[in-house]
Design a protein around this ligand. Structure first.
Ligand SMILES: C[S@@+](CC[C@H](N)C(=O)[O-])C[C@H]1O[C@@H](n2cnc3c(N)ncnc32)[C@H](O)[C@@H]1O
Length: 310
């Protein structure tokens, strides 16, 4: 299977990350290497890029895509929350730009064997890093009804989270969960509404499980802090999110780090001692234009935010 993935908001990332001024770039979610290749092409001839991914199939595709850049492209199988360790291995103390294009690639979602898609029957896997132990089946077969409800409600914003969680637990008393098709069928029966607006229930539940299996929100919280640490003053961080929970986390993080003093306005002098660590380059999230949406529907939910380290 070839690696099919169109990088989203590519021109916007290039405009805002300013690769022409970069010597060391980290792409924390290199995927098929689409953004990485464009960043390297736009950077000075001696600039280098470190691409990270948890998924071995993504790294294999990125290696092919970035081969024309030779020694300028470095790849590592690593979570982006550990990007400082990966940069350290190369002896990079600081970098000029970090990109996080989070979530999953079209390649992952279109591979039935990876178990991410409710429309394709496959094993209930959903691990980005297939060396990890916990799969979606593990959670469905072992987590309590309360834990499953929390996952479906928090990460999927599924209004019928309790009903779905109870049905999952009832069904596993008969036989263990194994296939995506079986879960999609159950969700449709318990939470599907034929003429509903917004995401279908199966999309919400599958997304919730994927986020839980891969600990995606914890990764994001740690990754934002790590990126800020690694950037040099004046360096830029660009984050693309596809999920409102994640976009909210980025927005809050940027707002907190950009706000210097948090003392009440009637304090005569600052008691909190806080200093701003970044400047928001994008006040509002950047979204895809009509031309991109015509060729890539996946871009519809993408939101890009960029900040500069002070
Ligand atoms: C949306 S795709 C990135 C596509 C890439 N920008 C391109 O142009 O091809 C997201 C990628 O990030 C990886 N990923 C998600 N969370 C990760 C994490 N915490 N650490 C490292 N890689 C992660 C996924 O495995 C996937 O390959």
């Amino acid at each position: 299977m070839t690696f099919e993935h169109q990088p989203v908001l590519l021109q916007e990332v290039l405009d805002l990350l300013e690769p022409a001024c970069c010597h060391h770039i980290v792409d924390g979610t290199v995927g098929g290497g689409g953004h990485a290749a464009a960043l390297l092409a736009a950077a000075p001839a001696d600039a280098e890029l470190l691409g990270l991914d948890r998924d071995d199939a993504a790294l294999a595709a990125a290696a092919v895509r970035l081969a024309p850049f030779g020694q300028r492209a470095h790849l590592a199988r690593c979570r982006y929350s550990r990007l400082e360790d990966a940069a350290d291995e190369l002896g990079w103390e600081h970098v000029d730009a970090v990109l996080l294009d989070i979530g999953i690639s079209s390649h992952q979602i279109d591979s039935a064997a990876r178990g991410f898609a409710h429309r394709l029957d496959g094993p209930l896997d959903m691990r980005m890093d297939r060396r990890e132990r916990t799969t979606a089946a593990t959670l469905l077969n072992q987590a309590s009804a309360e834990e499953l409800e929390r996952i479906f409600r928090t990460f999927g914003e599924e209004p019928r989270a309790r009903q779905v969680a109870r049905a999952v637990v009832e069904r596993r008393a008969e036989r263990p969960w194994e296939r995506t098709g079986e879960l999609a069928e159950l969700v449709l029966r318990v939470a599907g509404r034929p003429h509903e607006r917004g995401l279908p229930a199966a999309t919400r539940v599958f997304q919730a499980l994927r986020i839980a299996v891969n600990g995606e929100l914890d990764e994001l919280a740690a990754g934002l802090r790590a990126a800020l640490e690694l950037l040099r003053p004046g360096g830029r961080l660009a984050v693309i999110c596809f999920h409102s929970l994640e976009d909210r986390m980025v927005k809050e993080f940027f707002r907190e780090q950009a706000a210097p003093c948090v003392c009440p306005p009637d304090f005569p002098i600052c008691a909190c001692g806080r200093v701003a660590t970044l400047r928001q380059v994008t006040r509002k999230p950047v979204t895809a234009g009509a031309a991109e949406l015509d060729v890539n529907r996946r871009a519809a939910s993408a939101k890009l935010r960029v900040a500069e380290k002070l």
